[in-house]
Design a protein around this ligand. Structure first.
Ligand code: ADP
Length: 378
């Protein structure tokens, strides 16, 4: 039975805002995504009123869950601080509901504190690292998944969070399509494949659904996937970031407690310029850049193995040297990587003894070495 937006709106219309207006008339609802029994939307309020809205959020979630045919509901409360308004109150621990925190009310920074003060660690997770790229289509997600598998092969417990909410590709890359179950504490249980704990917004909404996200919603969705998921004990959680270096990425980099970032670039100049922006962004928020990976670095003929530098290979290595950040490795443009990736059988897992797996494992080794202190401490 499929659930329609209208059914969701009808049930929300029966809920009153703190000021007594029907939720549907309070001008706080985002677009509602309802497909395949999965419903997702956010309530966007002023941060000063966020606490009063937390119970309404829970009420809205319960009302939507009660609609026949609804299997998953995610209602995010996002709080925007209006200029001149009071700082948001600290969030109350909410019992029995997935603890959605107002995006900016989560550990608000005090005057004079850096924005990083908003962050708090994720219990049980030793190191969260980002895989980022200046633009889309450079193979960021493919690299994130194969890097996660490389870390797994080094004996680490690894999770993968697909935070690329504009185009979640982890369902396609892993072949996973199920929706996550909730545990007794109403936290989502990540899906498991290849020995990884995996979470993606794509498990909750259709991959094809065009989602329009405003800045605070991005943060709220990602915060929920970070904190309302039972990650268990992990050495490394690899976050596949949305491509680009705009405000959404900056906010993410500020709010997620990152221990480091890996930048993926193709050798073309344009993408290197974008990669430079990525470097600058992480520097700005004091996240150490673990290094640059050059993807589609050279073309390797699947028949004869001959290498051709069709994109002028070596640009990223040179750039990394110039910028003083580690160069982590070169991944060839190869049919096997594309075909395995797009079939949901990433190359590190499906061809573990092949040359590509060895390259990803070598990159993973360098990442692991840089995180050793953090992992050991945990
Ligand atoms: P992004 O996350 O940057 O948008 P993806 O990881 O989704 O990029 O990759 C885009 C496309 O390029 C996919 O079809 C993927 O299989 C392919 N691809 C990525 N890396 C390689 C590679 N090294 N060789 C061949 N194809 C690749």
């Amino acid at each position: 039975m499929s659930v329609t937006q209208q059914q969701v709106l009808d049930s929300l219309g029966r809920i009153k805002s703190p000021r007594g207006v029907a939720l549907t008339n309070a001008n706080v609802l985002s677009a509602i995504s309802a497909s395949d029994g999965k419903v997702f939307f956010s309530i966007n309020v002023d941060a000063a009123e966020a606490r009063a809205w937390e119970s309404i959020r829970a009420e809205a979630e319960a009302a939507v869950r009660a609609i026949p045919g609804v299997t998953t509901v995610m209602v995010a409360l996002t709080a925007e601080r209006k200029p001149g308004s009071a700082p948001p109150p600290p969030p109350q621990p909410s019992r029995g509901t997935p603890g959605v925190q107002p995006a900016h009310a989560h550990k608000p920074p005090q005057a004079g504190q850096s924005p990083m003060a908003r962050q708090s660690e994720i219990p049980g997770v030793a190191a969260v690292i980002a895989v980022a790229s200046g633009k889309g289509g450079v193979g960021k997600s493919t690299t994130a998944l194969n890097l996660a598998l490389g870390l797994r092969d080094l004996g680490l417990k690894v999770g993968l969070l697909d935070a690329d909410i504009y185009g979640p590709s982890v369902p396609r890359l892993t072949g996973l399509r199920d929706k996550p179950e909730l545990n007794d504490e109403r936290k989502m249980i990540p899906l498991r494949r290849f020995g990884l704990a995996i979470m993606s917004i794509g498990f909750l909404v259709e991959e094809e659904t065009a989602m329009i996200w405003r800045g605070p919603m991005v943060m709220s969705a990602v915060t929920q996937m970070l904190r309302d998921v039972e990650w268990g004990k992990l050495d490394v959680l690899v976050v596949d970031m949305p491509p680009g270096t705009g405000d959404a990425q900056l906010t993410l980099a500020q709010n997620v407690p990152l221990k480091g970032a890996v930048i993926v670039s193709t050798p073309q100049d344009l993408s290197l310029i974008d990669a430079r922006r990525g470097l600058a962004m992480f520097k700005k928020v004091n996240v150490p850049v673990l290094g640059i990976v050059e993807n589609m670095s050279y073309f390797q003929c699947p028949h004869c193995g001959t290498k051709s530098d069709i994109f002028g290979h070596g640009g990223a290595r040179h750039e990394a040297e110039k910028l003083g950040v580690p160069f982590l490795g070169e991944i060839p443009l190869h049919m096997a990587i594309r075909a395995t990736s797009d079939a949901g059988n990433p190359v590190v897992d499906s061809e573990p003894d092949g040359p590509h797996a060895a390259i990803y494992r070598a990159i993973a080794g360098q990442v692991r070495d840089q995180l050793k202190g953090v992992i050991a401490a945990a």
